[in-house]
Every structure is written in structure tokens, then in C-alpha cells.
Ligand binder design. Structure first.
Ligand SMILES: Cc1ncc(COP(=O)(O)O)c(C=O)c1O
Ligand SMILES: N[C@@H](CCOP(=O)(O)O)C(=O)O
Length: 466
């Protein structure tokens, strides 16, 4: 399998190179040059497999040629052994036609563990083979950071730097990152919002001269293709469990950076019979405006009860647009550069049509979010975290028929967002799992740094272990 940039550069890279590189030289994102396809016969066979065996079958075509099948299967088994549910990604039914897909049974209680537990192991595998040391630089609005730290802390070949927006993540989210006291883990609380963090990471990838000689940046955000790849698997596992390929399944996905739902779109392209893919946003609704009104324009960032989705610009939308532009990287490059300059984008009619063929959308504000936490609990006894509640609310808004089977992705555990649960009025104690019960008593370490690229880069330069 080879990978190409969304912005038309002619170079084609292997999985290993793409994993270690993150962003393409022309500023584009890597996508596979072709997708594996699964027939209905294949899908019927896959339906009998364990999560780990299925993960191997779905991902193998993307990595083949870079790692042996035995090694890859061992990394998968080890990654998902860290999850504390035997089904890894269990389904819970909340009404006659609606299921919640629980993606928070990994070590840091959010869906990010699915990809990052594997990505950490893949990095360790390839860096050990090359005897190379890497510098992870990532941005988080709350969940990627802890999942990446958890996945990389034990890797001798890595230093990891995570930028989170100061005072804009929940206390549990912050502490999950800042209480990991290890020489190779460095937390930066940036005096800005998530998009400032994300932009700083992307700018740093484009010019890495601030790093000590011989060091290279590695991405843990969903700009890294390996993140997307691992997230494709649970669309297959859940749809197959609910009757695919004989039945068509729709998904509602709490969305920020568009990585998770883009993985669902790929699953559909690979042969999984998916109905609609519902983009569920909070008040930071650029994607809802893009899908419902062809208005992909930047607006100010609002602080909400669903902080992990407090995002102004969605990195992975570019990957979808690459397909919507019929893989014309040159045309997309021009649009992306114009968007970067003006903060506005309205797609040509046929491109917009390509987008809305697969997606519908809804935006829920804070009041709606609390209402859906409360109503879901009242009607089904299910306690949804605020992100998941937005997905459940959007599913209801976009449902096309009474018998449409809808899977709502539960992207985080409610205990990460106690404030929202309390504010919703649900009278239910939210309890952290056993391995985190003393989290609020643990010592923290992080550096508050002004929103200035040079200051951040010079701090990183001083901290990198050489
Ligand atoms: C809990 C939670 N839900 C939803 C999202 C949005 O996912 P994506 O950025 O892949 O769209 C995130 C962050 O990425 C998250 O942490
Ligand atoms: N919601 C994310 C933001 C970063 O998104 P990513 O999927 O690109 O890593 C978070 O919780 O950090």
C-alpha cells in the first residue's frame, strides 16, 4: 500500500514513512492511493471474528509490506488487552432502534485509546528497528493528550510534548495528562484555545529547525494516518454485530476534527453498508454549517460543556474534500490555501453534492447537550457524557425513518465531565474506574506558556532528551 498527499505532491510513501512523518511536505494529509474492498461474502466471514482478529483483517492491507503479519497481530493483541471490557467496543441498546457504541473502555476513557494504544506500539516497533529517537508533538482539546501520553510514556525512543489550551479542558482531562511524571513526558498549558495549539503543531511540522540535530517530529493527532486506520475497525465490528451486511446501519458521531467520522466514511467506501453518517457538533459548528449550508467558514471559538469538540477548523475535512474533488490535489491545494488566507470556503456545486451524499448533520448547544444527558438518562437509564449526548441528540434530529438502525458513538466516559453531568440535573454519582480513583490527589507537572510559537519551540528545544 502506498500513500499520497491530499495536495497533489507526486511522492508516494510507505505506511512506515507516513506513520513517522505525520504531514506531507506540501502541507497536505496522507491518504492511501487505493482502499481495500470487502464483499458481502467477506463481511459475513468477518462477522464471526473477535475484535482483535477483525482489526487485523481490516488493517492488514494498509500496513502490508512494512511489518510481518505475526508482529502486527501481536501489537494489536497487546493494544486491545489494555481495554477493560471483553468486547473491547461493546454496544448498549437505548431504545428500539438506537444503540450506543461504547468506545471508552481503554486506559484513558475516550475513543482515542483505540488508535493511540496501537500507534504507540507501532512507533516503538519502527523506531526500535531504526534505532532512532523521535519527538512527539501533539495538540489536545482534552482527550488525545492523555491517550497519547499513556501510549508513549514507556517508549524509550520518544519524548512527548502535548499542548492543551490552559483552563479549557476538564480537571480530570488535565490531570490525566499532567500527573504522568516521567522524564520523557512534557505538558504545555498554552494561553490560547485549541486551534492555537493545533496551528502551532502544524507550523512546527512544516519547519523543524528548532529541534536538536537528528531529531524529527512525530504526530499523534489524527493528521497521522495510523489514527484514522485504527478507528475504521469499530464501524465494522458494530455494524456486523447488528446484522450487516444484510442490514444497513447509520452512525451518529460527535465530531470536532472530523477524524472519527472520516473513518466511518472510509468503512463505507470499503464495502460496509452504512446509511447516513451524522456529523454531530456542539456550538462550534463549522462542520454543521458546511454540510447543511455549504458554508465552511471560521467563527470565534466558544467554550462549551463538550470541551473536546471545541474546535474551529477540522483537520480531516481536507481528507474528505480530496475525494469530493475527485482526488484532484492541485484544485484542493488552491482551495485550502484560499481558506487559510480568508477563513472562508464555499464548495463548487458538484463537490458539495459529493459531500452531502454521505453526510447529514446537526448542531447542539450547551442547553441541548444538558437536555439530552437528562432525557437519555430518564428514558433509558443510560448516562451519556456530554459529547455522546450530542451524538444521541443529533441522531434523533437526523433520523430518516422509524426503522433506521442508528449507532451513536460514545466517545468518552461520563466521569471525565462531572460538571456537565451535575449541571444536567441527573442525580447519579459519576465514578472514575479503579485505576484512576486517586487521580485528584496525584502530583501534577505542567508549564503554562504564552501563545507564542518561538517561546513554545524554545521550551521544547530545552526539554528534549539528547
Ligand atoms: C470525547 C470526544 N468526542 C468527540 C471528539 C471529536 O472527534 P474528532 O475530532 O475525531 O471529530 C473528540 C476529540 O477528538 C473527543 O475527545
Ligand atoms: N478532540 C481532540 C482534539 C484533537 O483531535 P485529534 O483527533 O486530531 O487528535 C482531543 O480531545 O484532544
Amino acid at each position: 500500500m502506498k500513500y499520497q498527499s491530499t495536495r497533489g505532491a507526486s511522492e508516494q510513501l510507505s505506511f512506515e514513512d507516513v506513520l513517522l512523518k505525520g504531514l506531507a511536505n506540501d502541507g497536505g494529509l496522507f491518504v492511501p492511493t487505493e482502499l481495500p474492498k470487502f464483499s458481502n461474502e467477506d463481511l459475513t466471514r468477518l462477522a464471526t471474528l473477535s475484535y482483535e482478529a477483525l482489526a487485523f483483517e481490516i488493517m492488514w492491507p494498509f500496513v502490508e509490506g512494512c511489518i510481518s503479519a505475526v508482529d502486527f497481530r501481536a501489537l494489536i493483541d497487546d493494544a486491545y488487552a489494555q481495554f477493560n471490557h471483553s468486547a473491547v467496543a461493546p454496544l448498549v441498546q437505548i431504545d428500539q432502534r438506537t444503540w450506543v457504541l461504547e468506545l471508552f473502555h481503554g486506559p484513558t476513557l475516550a475513543f482515542k485509546d483505540f488508535a493511540l494504544q496501537l500507534l504507540g506500539r507501532l512507533l516503538n516497533h519502527f523506531l526500535s528497528k531504526r534505532n532512532q529517537h523521535g519527538v512527539v508533538m501533539g495538540a489536545t482539546s482534552g482527550d488525545t493528550g492523555s491517550a497519547a501520553i499513556e501510549a508513549c510514556v514507556a517508549c524509550d525512543h520518544l519524548d512527548i510534548f502535548i499542548l492543551h489550551p490552559h483552563q479549557r479542558v476538564s480537571e480530570v482531562q488535565r490531570r490525566q495528562m499532567t500527573t504522568v511524571l516521567s522524564d520523557n513526558v512534557h505538558n504545555i498549558a498554552l494561553e490560547g484555545h485549541f486551534d492555537n495549539c493545533q496551528q502551532m503543531v502544524k507550523t512546527s511540522f512544516a519547519d523543524q529547525s528548532f529541534l536538536p540535530e537528528g531529531r524529527q517530529l512525530i504526530a499523534v493527532n489524527s493528521i497521522n494516518w495510523a489514527r484514522i486506520m485504527a478507528q475504521i475497525v469499530y464501524y465494522f465490528s458494530s455494524a456486523l454485530a447488528l446484522g450487516a451486511p444484510q442490514k444497513q446501519i447509520s452512525f451518529s458521531v460527535p465530531t470536532g476534527n472530523f477524524g472519527d467520522i472520516y473513518a466511518g466514511y472510509l468503512a463505507k467506501q470499503m464495502g460496509l453498508p452504512i446509511g447516513q453518517l451524522v456529523v454531530a457538533t456542539n456550538a462550534n459548528n463549522i462542520l454543521h454549517r458546511a454540510i447543511s449550508a455549504n458554508d465552511y467558514s471560521k467563527q470565534g471559538l466558544q467554550k462549551t460543556y463538550s470541551p473536546s469538540m471545541d474546535i474551529m477548523v477540522s483537520s480531516n475535512f481536507e481528507r474528505l474534500l480530496f475525494d469530493a474533488f475527485d482526488q484532484n490535489g492541485e484544485a484542493l491545494k488552491a482551495e485550502m490555501e484560499s481558506f487559510a488566507a480568508t477563513g472562508e470556503l464555499s464548495l463548487p456545486a458538484e463537490v458539495y453534492q459529493n459531500v452531502i451524499t454521505h453526510f447529514s448533520s446537526a448542531a447542539l448547544d450547551d442547553e441541548d447537550t444538558l437536555t439530552w444527558i437528562r432525557d437519555t438518562f430518564a428514558q433509558s437509564g443510560y448516562l451519556a457524557d456530554p459529547h455522546t449526548a450530542i451524538g444521541i441528540g443529533a441522531a434523533a434530529a437526523c433520523r430518516r425513518s422509524d426503522d433506521e438502525v442508528m449507532v451513536c458513538l460514545a466517545t468518552a466516559h461520563a466521569a471525565k465531565f462531572e460538571d456537565a453531568v451535575k449541571a444536567s440535573g441527573v442525580d447519579q454519582e459519576v465514578v472514575l474506574p479503579a485505576h484512576l480513583t486517586d487521580l485528584l490527589d496525584r502530583e501534577e507537572s505542567y508549564e503554562v506558556i504564552e501563545n507564542n510559537l518561538e517561546t513554545v519551540q524554545s521550551w521544547i528545544q530545552q526539554q528534549v532528551n539528547i
